[in-house]
Each structure stands twice: as C-alpha cells, then as structure tokens.
Design a protein around this ligand. Structure first.
Ligand SMILES: [Fe+2]
Length: 167
C-alpha cells in the first residue's frame, strides 16, 4: 500500500486504494496456495489449505461486489507487503528437509498471510462504516470472519502438533 501516494487525499481514496491492494493480495494468495498444498505433508494441513483456496476464490468475488456497490471497477494495485510474506514463505519452505518442520513452517507462513488479511479487512470494514457504506462493511466483515476462522484453525493445528510431541 503506497500510503504516501499523492492520489490518496480522502478517506474514500484510502478505502478504494486499500480495496485494490487487498484485491491484488487475494489473487497472489490463490497463486501461492496450490504450491503450499503441494508441499504440505500433513493431510490436515493440506485439506486446510484446499478449503482456504476455495474460500479465497469466494473472497475475490466478494471484493468485486464491494467495488461494484461502491461504483468502482475492480482493479489491482501491487501490495509489496503480501509479496514479501509470500516470498519469505517460498524461501523457507524451499530450505526445510524434515516434513514435520516443513509443515510447521508452511502453517506459520499461512498464519502470517491471515494476520495481514485480518488487518486489511479490519481497516476496510471500519472505513466502509465511516463512509456510510454499511452494505460494503457487511461483506468485508464476512471475509474478516473467514480469515479469523482460518487463523484459529491454523493455531489449533500448531497446538495439536505440540501436544503430539509432548505425549
Ligand atoms: Fe483472503
């Protein structure tokens, strides 16, 4: 998000720019997830990624609805933040040989993605309300709830692994 771009002067500009930013991010995530599914060895983790890939496709459609409701054409702007998170995930996953460690690295990378998305959708939902767009806020909050649920599932999986190790 190029926060200091001259094009962003009003809350509405900021809202639209951030929609474009997360629209780009969701597309990057749909490209990254199949590679993570391929690498994951735990069936549970793999299934979690598959579910989230389908969910992400729905989130893209939902963003398109928000653009439309707000009178804007869906457009992507490069988000260096998500690019960095995905790049780091690929680098780490490429280096890990042990499959349990690899799964832990993949799950942690996925959680970093979720936390990024939770912050973006949280801001977007709040700004939509501020702009009087409760219709947009409602859709954005649906996605926010999905991202939080995915994050919670990833935490559960990480805890299950720790419990297995402790047993
Ligand atoms: Fe998402």
């Amino acid at each position: 998000m190029a926060l200091f771009s001259k094009d962003i002067q009003t809350m509405n500009d900021l809202f639209v720019h951030t929609l474009q930013d997360v629209y780009y991010a969701e597309h990057q995530i749909t490209e990254a997830l199949p590679k993570m599914i391929e690498k994951a060895t735990s069936p549970q983790l793999r299934q979690g990624f598959e579910t989230h890939l389908r969910e992400t496709e729905g989130q893209i459609r939902r963003l398109e609805q928000v653009f439309e409701m707000h009178g804007e054409k869906p457009k992507q702007v490069t988000c260096p933040a998500i690019n960095g998170i995905i790049k780091e995930a690929n680098e780490i996953a490429g280096d890990v040989g042990d499959k349990d460690v690899l799964d832990a690295a993949l799950a942690a990378a996925a959680q970093a993605v979720e936390h990024y998305e939770i912050s973006r959708y949280g801001s977007l939902a709040a700004w939509a309300k501020e702009l009087g767009r409760h219709d947009c806020a409602q859709l954005l909050e649906q996605t926010l709830a999905e991202e939080k649920a995915t994050d919670a599932k990833l935490t559960e999986m990480a805890e299950a692994r720790l419990n297995r190790q402790a047993a």
